[in-house]
Design a binder for this molecule. Sequence first.
Ligand code: GDP
Length: 139
Amino acid sequence: MAGKLTFTMIKPTAFKNNNSGAILKIIYEAGFIIKAMKLTRLTPAQAGAFYEVHKERPFYASLVEFMSSGPIIAASLEKDNAVEDYRTLIGATNPENAAKGTIRNLYATNLQQNAVHGSDSDENAIVESDYFFSKVEQF
Ligand code: GDP
């Protein structure tokens, strides 16, 4: 059975461009409930650990630099079928391939600066939420 939790970040460029309110509105209107949320800025080490799975990829260093370049909003979201429904809501990784009206279609700058993160599995949703939020910060 699909889980109810997913995790997202509004990435530095989308935050800097004042798109956070519009993105959160889309998230609410799609039926997600916010379980935890914070404005924070990752250190390069924290961003590197979050994207550890991509360590061998050619874009890793650039991704880590970007993700630690400014504030982000981190949030844990609840909904039935959360991971899959949120991936549908945000659209493809490359905004050029993101369906019309998806968050990445509307607010991405380019492939790397693609507005938001979304968990890719129920297991990672829990790992990622716990990376950012302690038990008393998750409602
Ligand atoms: P996601 O699950 O849709 O976020 O995609 P991935 O897990 O494959 O990649 C993580 C993040 O790395 C993406 O959201 C992009 O910000 C970035 N990224 C992925 N592929 C590339 C690439 O080919 N070049 C660059 N510069 N960044 C990439």
